[in-house]
Design a protein around this ligand. Structure first.
Ligand code: FAD
Length: 507
């Protein structure tokens, strides 16, 4: 026995240990509980992090919160956001992209604004009501090790060193992840590092400003302004090399930064909650899994905030991994199936990070002639309907599936989710695979949930527009396979019934 093992006073065994009670860790715990899997969440802080960070999620991510059981709670702390306005350096509007329909194909607002501490409170309340999740606060994880049938976590609780053994460990411990360091996994740099000042404000009177996000497209003092919810607002300003950070973050410095907005904002009405400088980075972990230990959320990737997808990517990680893990626990898939987590999520995250870097550069990069050209281009492009649609799109890139993949434009995308009265369509699909079909299916022996839809229903019309008779969706509502004709439906169902390991091995 090594010296460090000899001081461990308490060893317990659980199904899954989650390191970090941030939004990704708590959501993963709720998703696991929904599939009947117990977890222990270890969090180093005694209370949730109180200051604002993420402020935006899209409708796809909202659907994950729906599955975690917190959609109603989230609706109560968020608002639908109507679009994007691009301003020049003198705050004159160059282009405006407005959403005609606030609700998207997934049944939720395509973009929602909120304040991260509110979301963390909603998640913490849901977790507190969930008997399958146990959270231990003030527990600092110091190391993780893979074993032959699982992994171990060592942590410090009130000066006492403890160990817990688990089948799987989820490292949801943020950008400075102890789990990532313990696995000796490096971040790959995707070429972006910029310091920004984040100014969070509470206003005594509502600010008279359009409710969409305002982006100042300037190669110097680029800035973003947005109303979060209620009396809370945020400005972000790029920090310049010539800035004196002490001066910039002083009351006078913040007043100077806000001065150009004085036409809409009376500084006397504002209470500054927090002024913080952050270096926004673009990074992705070189590996997301070692044995029974996985990285999720900011532990696995960091993105600049230009398309507001940092937290969303982490929630997508949890969603992608948990249903696969549930299949492994149930014995329906082997542990190798979990390799598809990194294989699917890493390229998706990289693609979104690269988009954020590219959009950030297009809106705020370059200098002199580039900036002048941007003004002309932005004005011209904003008049093209397809550009407006792309600027407002809340659809993330298609997932490149290892499993069941059959070439068709809808494979790898999310099934639309109509709302039928008080019921979400996803709730009819249960927690397993499902077949959505225009044609009756007599043989129900596959164990797949079969939902027949009429050609006049929302999903029926979507199937017809997609030129298919049926689709198979995975437990995460991603379209996995299509039947173009009625005859193909039974072969698609047979493919779902095959042991998943065979398909993963042959992919
Ligand atoms: C200024 C700013 C603006 C942002 N805006 C957006 C936005 O608009 N949209 C968006 O989607 N994202 C945004 N983000 C990113 C978003 O805040 C993060 O992506 C999100 O918080 C990541 O969640 P997480 O659960 O992975 O990590 P975190 O929220 O960092 O949580 C990690 C948790 O792990 C705990 N922990 C760490 N180490 C240990 C340990 N050794 N033992 C035990 N516990 C540990 C921490 O205390 C923490 O509670 C923004 C970030 C910043 C900084």
């Amino acid at each position: 026995m090594s010296e460090s093992e000899s001081v461990v006073t308490d060893v317990e065994k659980v199904s899954v240990v989650i390191v970090g009670a941030g939004p990704v860790g708590l959501t993963a715990a709720l998703l696991l509980a929904r599939r009947g899997i117990d977890s222990l969440v270890l969090e180093r802080h005694p209370a949730p992090y109180p200051l604002p960070r993420a402020v935006h999620i899209d409708g796809e991510v909202m659907r994950i919160l729906q599955e975690a059981g917190v959609a109603d709670g989230f609706r109560g702390i968020s608002r639908a956001m109507p679009g994007l306005r691009l301003l020049d350096s003198r705050l004159r509007t160059m282009a405006e992209f407005r959403r005609d329909n606030l609700v998207g194909a997934g049944g939720h607002p395509e973009a929602s604004m909120f304040d991260q501490p509110d979301l963390e409170r909603v998640l913490a309340e849901a977790v507190a009501a969930e008997p399958r999740v146990r959270v231990v606060s003030a527990a600092t994880v110091t190391g993780v090790t893979n074993g032959s049938a699982g992994a171990s976590v060592r942590y410090d609780l009130a000066g006492e060193e403890k160990r817990v053994d688990a089948r799987f460990i989820l490292g949801c411990d943020g950008a400075g992840s102890t789990v990532r360091a313990a696995l000796d996994i490096q971040f790959r740099d995707l070429g972006f590092a910029e310091p920004w000042l984040v100014v969070d404000i509470r206003a005594r009177k509502p600010l008279v400003m359009w409710e969409g996000v305002h982006q100042v497209c300037a190669s110097g003092r680029a800035a973003t302004y947005m109303h979060l919810v209620g009396d809370r607002y945020r400005w972000e300003f790029r920090i310049l090399e010539s800035d004196d950070l002490n001066e910039l973050t002083s009351d006078e410095g913040v007043a100077r930064l806000l001065a150009p907005w004085a036409e809409s904002v009376d500084p006397a009405d504002l209470e500054v909650i927090r002024v913080a400088s952050y270096t926004f980075r673009a990074r992705v972990a070189e590996r997301w899994r070692v044995g029974s230990i996985f990285l999720l959320g900011d532990a696995a990737h960091l993105t600049p905030p230009f398309i507001g997808q940092g937290l969303g990517a982490g929630l997508r990680d949890a969603h992608n991994l948990v249903w696969k893990m549930a299949r492994v626990f149930a014995g329906s898939s082997p542990a190798e199936f979990l390799d598809s987590y990194e294989a699917e999520r890493s390229p998706h995250a990289v693609s979104q990070i690269r988009s954020a870097v590219a959009i950030g550069w297009a809106l705020t990069g370059g200098s002199g002639p580039t900036a002048a050209l941007r003004r002309t281009l932005v004005r011209a492009l904003s008049r093209i309907p397809a550009v407006s649609t792309a600027a407002l799109s809340a659809s993330s890139p298609r997932l490149k599936l290892l499993q069941l993949a059959r070439a068709h434009a809808s494979v790898g995308t999310l099934l639309p989710q109509p709302r039928e009265g008080d019921e979400w369509f996803d709730d009819r699909l249960g927690t397993g695979y499902a077949l959505i079909t225009l044609d009756p299916v007599a043989d129900r022996s596959s164990g797949v949930t079969i939902v027949e839809v009429s050609s006049s229903s929302d999903l029926g019309r979507w199937l017809s527009t997609s030129k298919v008779r049926a689709v198979v969706v995975r437990p995460d509502r991603v379209v996995a396979a299509v039947a173009r004709t009625s005859m193909e439906i039974s072969s698609v169902l047979d493919a779902v019934a095959e042991p998943v390991v065979e398909r993963v091995r042959s992919a």
